[in-house]
Design a protein around this ligand. Structure first.
Ligand SMILES: *Cc1c(COP(=O)(O)O)cnc(C)c1O
Length: 417
């Protein structure tokens, strides 16, 4: 049995269990407690955020954020289209409607010019959106300044979805700390995890106090249970906050490990024809939460799906880049401003195994699997083989010089010597 190599798995440090034990020993097994306060405080120190509220998920944080900026039934919210559906689901929880915005090729994130033009058009028609949700995808910041400028010009609150970009910076400052509200996720596949959890940050202390209020069933100040608003049960558990405190202490190591993954992949693969890695914009520092690349099928000799399936056969998990939200059946009726760049990135884009706990041997297995798809495919296309036929043996790859590979028509390869 070969060991499966997964996309992104939890990676505990050596303090998490200690904090969890402390929660048990003091019997703070509840959605209140000292770890929650400390986690919020330490999270602010790590990101430079002023105020923070720990919640049960990134999705919950987004839901609260939209409530806090006053999004209501029938409102429109502008939102990046190239993202995970959790970014947009809370818009619909509130009965509001998403309007999606395309990416640019430089950052894979929201194109500021498109946002600019569409807000100008909307302003002339007197139909501005109630909020803008800006995603920082795969550990890389969007170009925040022009987006912030146009949003402040029209007085539209900016919500940053930094679920995938904890630790990334824009002009030296942490993503998630620029907008009216920023949100983060500690789901199991993120750069640090509490198994599940999220954080909401803002410069506005009152807003964060209101977030805590809404997250605990909106209970009025009264000795009895009294409620004047509808709230949610969205607070993080004190046990999980303990895990978060341990994880925060290793955040910088996790970023370094994920950047190292990218560097090893890029050094080995970036000169293969048709392969391009997600660029790192010079205005910031990405975490490379996931290492992503695009594959030009003509130049490479195989398309994204062929590569993904060939790797899956070798127990290597990869994923297509997010399917843009404007292509999702559930948002078939939603508007999208442009969308061709996100569609292009989805058709060609692949996320490679990127966990901070991958070994050099794991990375080499991924690299040689990709090389062999390329080598086999270029050989297959030269040999006019019949479908299903094996087309012989191929000597040597970059990572295993001198090794012998058996190639199949489908493009997978097996090392046989
Ligand atoms: C993971 C993720 C979320 C949601 O976070 P959860 O904690 O899983 O609810 C939101 N937006 C993006 C871009 C994400 O990747």
């Amino acid at each position: 049995m070969i060991k499966p190599i997964l996309l992104s798995t939890p990676h505990m440090g050596d303090r998490e269990l200690e904090f969890v034990k402390e929660a048990f020993e003091t019997n703070w097994i509840a959605p209140v407690g000292p770890h929650i306060d400390a986690f919020e405080h330490e999270f602010c120190q790590a990101t430079g955020a002023r105020h923070a509220a720990a919640v049960s998920s990134g999705t919950a944080a987004l839901h609260l954020a939209l409530r806090l900026v006053g999004v209501e039934r029938g409102d429109e919210v502008f939102c990046s289209t190239l993202t995970f559906i959790a970014t947009a689901n809370p818009i619909t929880y509130l009965g509001a409607k998403p309007v999606f915005i395309d990416s640019d090729l430089m950052t894979w994130n929201m194109n500021p010019d498109l946002l600019w033009e569409s807000l100008e058009r909307r302003s002339r028609r007197g139909k501005l959106p109630k909020a803008v949700i800006l995603v920082h995808l795969y550990g890389q910041s969007a170009d925040i300044d022009p987006i912030l400028e146009i949003c402040s010009h029209y007085e539209i609150p900016l919500i940053e979805d930094a679920a995938e970009s904890l630790g990334a910076t824009y002009k030296g400052r942490a993503t998630g700390t620029f907008g009216r509200i920023g949100i983060y996720s500690f789901n199991g596949n993120k750069i640090i995890t509490t198994s599940g959890g999220g954080m909401l940050v803002s410069d506005d202390e009152k807003l964060i106090a209101k977030a805590r209020f809404l997250a605990t069933q909106a209970r009025d100040l009264a000795p009895h249970y009294q409620h004047s608003e509808i709230g949610y049960n969205y607070r993080l558990s004190n046990i999980l906050a303990g895990i978060g405190r341990g994880q925060l202490r290793v955040l910088n190591d996790r970023i370094a490990a994920r950047r190292r993954n990218y560097e090893i992949y890029a050094a080995a693969l970036e000169n293969l024809p048709g392969i391009e890695f997600m660029p790192e914009a010079d205005f910031g520092r990405a975490t490379r939460w996931l290492t992503c690349l695009t594959i030009d099928p003509e130049a490479f000799g195989a398309d994204r799906e062929q590569v993904r399936l060939a790797l899956a056969k070798q127990q290597i998990e990869t994923r297509p880049v997010w399917k843009p939200l404007h292509l999702q059946p559930v948002f078939a009726k939603s508007k999208c401003i442009d969308g061709v760049i996100a569609e292009y990135l989805f058709t060609r884009g692949l996320c490679l195994p990127s966990g901070s706990n991958l070994t050099i041997e794991d990375l080499e297995r991924v690299i040689s699997a990709i090389e062999s798809v390329h080598n086999c495919q270029s050989r297959v296309s030269r040999s006019h083989a019949e479908p299903g036929n094996e087309v012989g043996y191929l000597k040597s790859t970059l990572s295993f010089p001198g090794s012998i590979w058996k190639c199949s028509r489908a493009g997978s390869a097996e090392r046989v010597g």
